[in-house]
Design a protein around this ligand. Structure first.
Ligand SMILES: [Zn+2]
Length: 276
């Protein structure tokens, strides 16, 4: 379930492997993209960046390789021309003289010239990236109160990439827990203080997840749990995938619900609902 922090960490690894180096050979797994192999092979990789769940790899001839990770995409970086032991479909291979960056399973891949990059329909409608240094809690607060979002349920707003880019399913549950708000609430039903707390969580939690490799729970507690034998997957979240278990804060049973076809996790006591 790659979300903004996971894509950003993948981009960091891809940067270390290939940024500033000549891509001696670029290969695509999808037939329609093979015509770009000659355009990109021999070019220097000039940038690696992320926008929400998309990764953009720039080449010094002005072309940009766009990939959207969807649910199952996975990047690998390995010594040049080595491949992981994987049943997945190889979609992109960028080989430099010493390292290769490989993307598996993703089908949303495009090669864009500068004009197409600027007008790209997915990128054009993305909200501010939650991990970008330029995105502030104040900006997020203003968006929560803006017309397209103020009258929609928080559970739906938070993962709408037009609201902010980079929040996915686990961050949605964890952010709403931290803010103490039920996913059924709408921004217009929240107080100024509640929206400010929510905006702070939307900025802070993805950054903590990025910095820690995916921990959104209270850090000292997560470390304590892992020291005492809990797995990383068990310790990393406050409530995601903890349905039926007691809330760390109030001991109420964590509930699992569905919003937009995806699981959301809620503490019925810590998160204020519409009728309280
Ligand atoms: Zn609780």
């Amino acid at each position: 379930m790659p979300e903004g922090p996971e894509i950003r960490r993948a981009a960091d690894a891809v940067s270390v492997a290939i940024l500033g180096k000549v891509a001696r050979q670029v290969q695509f797994g999808l037939e329609p993209l093979k015509r770009f192999e000659a355009d990109l092979s021999g070019q220097t990789v000039s940038s690696v960046s992320t926008r929400g769940k998309a990764m953009l790899i720039g080449f010094d001839n002005g072309l940009t390789l766009f990939s959207h990770n969807q649910l199952y995409g996975r990047w690998y970086t390995l010594p040049a021309f080595q491949y992981p032991d994987s049943e997945r479909q190889l979609r992109i291979a960028i080989h430099t003289s010493d390292m290769s960056a490989l993307l598996y399973s993703v089908s949303d891949i495009q090669v864009l010239d500068p004009g197409a990059l600027q007008q790209h329909p997915f990128l054009a409608k993305l909200g501010p990236d939650v991990l970008a240094a330029s995105t502030s809690a104040d900006e997020v607060w203003q968006r929560l109160t803006a017309k397209p979002f103020v009258n929609r349920r928080l559970g739906a707003v938070l993962t709408d990439q037009a609201f902010v880019a980079g929040l996915g399913n686990y961050l949605r549950s964890e952010v709403l827990f931290l803010a103490g708000l039920d996913p059924e609430l709408k921004p217009k039903e929240c107080s100024r203080e509640e929206l400010a707390r929510l905006a702070e969580a939307i900025i802070a939690l993805p950054r903590q997840s990025y910095a820690t490799g995916g921990i959104t729970a209270d850090l000292p507690r997560a470390e304590f749990l892992m020291k005492n034998g809990a797995s990383f997957e068990r310790a990393r979240f406050n409530l995601f995938r903890r349905e039926g278990l007691p809330c760390y804060r109030c001991a109420a049973r964590i509930q699992q619900r569905k919003i937009g076809g995806q699981q959301i996790y809620v503490c019925p006591q810590c998160q204020r609902s519409a009728d309280t």
